[in-house]
Design a binder for this molecule. Sequence first.
Ligand SMILES: Cc1cc2nc3c(=O)[nH]c(=O)nc-3n(C[C@H](O)[C@H](O)[C@H](O)COP(=O)(O)O)c2cc1C
Length: 130
Amino acid sequence: MGTVTQWKQLLLSALESNSHLKHSPYFQFATIGCNGRPSNRSVVFRGFEENSDRIQINTDCRTRKIEELKHCPFAEICWYFSDSWEQFRINGRVDVIDGSNPDPEKLQVPFPCPLHYIILSYKVSYQTYS
Ligand SMILES: Cc1cc2nc3c(=O)[nH]c(=O)nc-3n(C[C@H](O)[C@H](O)[C@H](O)COP(=O)(O)O)c2cc1C
């Protein structure tokens, strides 16, 4: 396990070396359901917040994950890069940011009812299988 800077660098390298694969920007984003059970889904990586290690995801405010994050603001990402055989598990507290933010351009919102949320990554596990 390295410092925050090291894992971000490893992740950026994995994205680069797997960029020829269409599925490389997708990862699994697990929350805790309102019933206390795991709740998991695929999402798209939207980049890092400017000058930070906070990962950005876009979503629609009507999705279940938003309700779940209100109950418990913690989530885990599992991201596997199939060409380099690397897996990242990124566990952190999630800040949900309303899509009516005064700077909508930054949000790159693709949904009619937008919300944009950011994960603050405080615990990262990295494995390689090559
Ligand atoms: C390849 C792929 C990419 C997806 N990307 C996103 C995404 O970036 N944001 C999102 O909210 N849902 C995305 N979805 C849909 C989610 O997997 C999920 O079905 C949806 O967000 C509703 O989940 P929830 O109700 O559990 O929150 C994607 C689905 C697939 C298959």
